[in-house]
Design a protein around this ligand. Structure first.
Ligand SMILES: Nc1ncnc2c1ncn2[C@@H]1O[C@H](COP(=O)(O)OP(=O)(O)OP(=O)(O)O)[C@@H](O)[C@H]1O
Ligand SMILES: [Mg+2]
Length: 314
C-alpha cells in the first residue's frame, strides 16, 4: 500500500526545555483513516503543526505525499483543521471560506462552486450570510471542516474535528470521514473521543510524552486479543470463577483468545449445569483498551497528569 506520510525520528523541543516530541516515527498508509491518540500534552498537535510547517521540528526526516516534509507546494494537496482555530469574527461564513480558499490558490469561480457544496456538506447553507463571530463552537467547527475540504485535498489533517459538535453533528462528521476515505483520501485525525473513532479507525498510533507507544493497523494490534463473551442465566457451574457468577442471575464468562470451536464445549458445560445461554458474542479489543495498553507500555498508567517530558533536547 502506498504511503501518505512517513516520518522518522521527529524531535521537537520548545524553548530548550519542553521536549514535546522525542523521536517519533510512524507511517500513514494512503486511503486510510489514521487516528493519532494520546493523553493531553502528549505532542499530537505539535506533530500535526510540524507536518503543516506551522512550527519547525528540532530534528526530522520523512515524506508527505511523496515529497519531503516542509515542501510548500505539497501543502496545497493537504487540508488542515487546526486545534482551537479562530476565523476572523467579522467575516460571514461565505467570506471566511472565500478567504481561505484564496489563500490556497483557488480561483473565484471554483471557490463559489466548492463553497456551495461544502456548506451543504456540513449543514451550514442557511448560515452563509451570518458572521462567524455569532456562531456557536460546533458551528465554527463545521465551517472549519468545510474550510479544510474546500480545495479538494487528497490528505486531511484534522485536529479534534468534533470538538464542541453535538451528537448528531458528530455522527454526520463520522459518516463524512468514511465517505472521504472511500473516495480514496487519507485522513489523519486527532481526537480524545475514542468511542467515536472506534468504528472508523483503520490505523493508529498512541503517543505518550512525545514517543510512540503503540502503532499499527487495528487488525494487527488486536489480533490474538479477541475474546468470547458467553452470557447465561442461572447459577453457573463451579468452575466459573466466583466473581463472574454474580448471585446466579444473568451473567457472563469471558474467554480470552479462544476461537469459536474452543467455545463450544464450554457452552455445553454451562448448559449441562442447568443454565440458559442468552448470548454468545466475539469481542475485539476496544480503542480504549488499546489506549490503556499503550499507557502501560509507556509506564504512564498511574495517572493522567498532562504535559511533555522536561529536560534538555535529545
Ligand atoms: N508553543 C509552545 N511553547 C512551549 N511549549 C509548547 C508549545 N506548544 C506546545 N507545547 C508543549 O508541548 C507539549 C505537547 O503539546 P501538544 O499541544 O502537542 O499536545 P497534544 O497531544 O496536542 O495535547 P491535547 O490532547 O491536550 O491537545 C505540551 O507539554 C505543551 O505544553
Ligand atoms: Mg492537541
Amino acid at each position: 500500500m502506498p504511503t501518505a506520510i512517513e516520518i522518522c525520528n521527529v524531535h521537537k523541543t520548545f524553548r530548550k526545555k519542553v521536549r514535546a516530541l522525542r523521536g517519533v516515527s510512524m507511517r500513514v498508509d494512503h486511503g486510510q483513516i489514521f487516528c493519532l491518540l494520546g493523553p493531553n500534552g502528549a505532542g499530537k498537535s505539535t506533530l500535526v503543526k510540524i507536518l503543516m510547517t506551522v512550527i519547525h521540528a528540532s530534528r526530522i526526516s520523512g515524506t508527505m505525499l511523496g515529497r519531503p516534509i516542509g515542501h510548500k507546494a505539497t501543502l496545497r494537496r493537504v487540508g488542515y483543521l487546526p486545534e482551537h482555530h479562530r476565523f476572523p469574527i467579522f467575516m460571514t461564513a461565505e467570506q471566511a471560506l472565500h478567504f481561505y480558499g484564496a489563500l490556497s490558490g483557488m480561483r473565484r469561480r471554483a471557490r463559489r462552486r466548492r463553497i456551495d457544496a461544502m456548506l451543504d456538506l456540513v449543514g451550514m447553507t442557511g448560515w452563509r450570510k451570518h458572521r462567524v463571530g455569532t456562531f456557536s463552537k460546533g458551528m465554527q467547527q463545521r465551517i472549519g471542516i468545510a474550510q479544510a475540504l474546500l480545495h479538494d485535498p487528497e490528505l486531511l489533517l484534522l485536529d479534534e474535528p468534533t470538538d464542541g459538535v453535538d451528537p448528531i453533528g458528530r455522527r454526520e462528521i463520522r459518516d463524512l470521514l468514511v465517505q472521504l476515505r472511500d473516495e480514496g483520501r487519507t485522513i489523519l485525525i486527532n481526537s480524545h473521543i475514542l468511542s467515536e473513532l472506534e468504528t472508523i479507525c483503520d490505523q493508529l498510533a498512541v503517543v505518550v510524552k512525545g514517543r510512540v507507544s503503540l502503532e499499527g493497523t487495528v487488525d494487527e494490534l488486536t489480533s490474538g486479543r479477541r475474546r468470547w463473551v458467553v452470557a447465561y442465566e442461572g447459577a453457573g457451574p463451579e468452575w466459573i470463577e466466583e466473581e463472574t457468577r454474580k448471585d446466579g442471575r444473568l451473567t457472563q464468562v469471558m474467554l480470552p483468545g479462544a476461537d469459536a470451536a474452543e467455545v463450544q464445549p464450554i457452552i455445553d458445560r454451562i448448559r449441562q449445569a442447568g443454565c440458559t445461554i442468552t448470548a454468545v458474542s466475539e469481542v475485539r479489543e476496544s480503542l480504549e483498551d488499546l489506549f490503556m495498553r499503550a499507557l502501560v507500555l509507556a509506564g504512564e498508567d498511574e495517572g493522567s497528569t498532562p504535559g511533555a517530558a522536561k529536560g534538555e533536547d535529545a
